[in-house]
Design a protein around this ligand. Structure first.
Ligand code: GUN
Length: 284
């Protein structure tokens, strides 16, 4: 039996239709949600992600503003731009596309974003609130992953979730969100001994390692749910995940494709957060 494919594209379509309705309702009361995107340098992947985010905004009726800087920009210029956006009432969400050039301190940039406009959920205030279960902007990819598992009708309570990867953007927070859903969570990473012995215990395996085709059928328990967060560009220009999709789909119970899996859901959660930010800022 081959795995059921969880289509992020399909789920995103359904959710975005509902979000477009919410935007229409906000506009009817004079609130037009606005997202400011800050892009530094000329990394093609970052440019492509930003384009995708802006296109998705337009689709649901969110205004987006792009602020592009050369990779040589100094930190203070960037911080000044963020402070201006914090004060701009047409802007409800601020997103600084990562990674940033090495001479810029990422934490300094993130901490300058007003927490109430931090639609990525990266500010320490939002990270802390998420950790202790207070209302906060949830980071988009982890939130999208949990939403996908839930909408596929998969029960999370009591399940063993194994996370591969420990980044601040995906690995660490996705484990926390599953913990909130009453899963038992194990973190693994590039230094983990005998990775396969651990991943084979997973009922739900979240792969965010950033390594093309790291995970094969030998890493997966028959019937497990496999969520592939990886986005890698192969030499032939094609995108592929961290999971060997063709081989693993013969073992897993559910699997997400790349592209068309987690990516569209990440962007959908960004739209959701921006609408929430607009609603809350307008009510102040
Ligand atoms: N770079 C990779 N993923 C993300 C993300 O979710 N948000 C931002 N701002 N940058 C990223």
């Amino acid at each position: 039996m081959t795995a059921q494919i969880i289509s992020g594209t399909e789920m995103a379509k359904t959710i975005r239709a509902a979000l477009a309705e919410e935007v229409a309702q906000l506009k009817a009361v004079g609130v037009e949600p606005g997202l400011a995107v800050v892009l530094v340098g000329d990394d093609p992947a970052s440019h492509s992600y930003v384009k995708g985010k802006q296109k998705a905004c337009a689709e649901v009726g969110i205004r987006s503003f792009l602020y592009s800087f050369p990779k040589t920009v100094d930190e203070e210029t960037l911080l000044a731009q963020i402070r201006a956006l914090n004060a701009d009432s047409a802007v409800h969400g601020i997103l600084v596309q990562l990674p940033l050039p090495e001479h810029i301190r990422e934490w300094s940039v993130i901490e300058t974003i007003a927490p109430e406009k931090d639609v990525d959920g990266f500010h320490p205030i939002n990270v802390g609130k998420m950790m202790i279960g207070q209302r906060a902007f949830l980071p988009c990819t982890p939130h999208g992953v949990v939403a996908m598992v839930k909408s596929a009708g998969i029960d999370i309570v009591g399940k063993h979730v194994v996370v591969i990867g420990r980044s601040n953007i995906v690995g660490k927070p996705v484990g926390q969100l599953f913990l909130r859903e009453h899963a038992t969570v194990t973190y693994t990473h590039s230094k983990t001994n005998d990775l396969a012995a651990i991943t084979r215990q997973a009922d739900i395996l979240i792969v965010a390692a950033g390594k093309a085709r790291l995970i094969g059928p030998e890493h997966v328990k028959p019937g497990a749910v496999v969520i592939d967060v990886g986005v890698n560009r192969l030499e032939n220009g094609k995108l592929c995940g961290d999971v060997d999709f063709e081989a693993v789909k013969e073992v897993a119970g559910y699997i997400t494709p790349v592209p068309g899996g987690v990516g569209p859901m990440t962007i959908t959660m960004l739209l959701h957060n921006t609408i929430e930010a607009a609603r809350e800022l307008a009510a102040k």
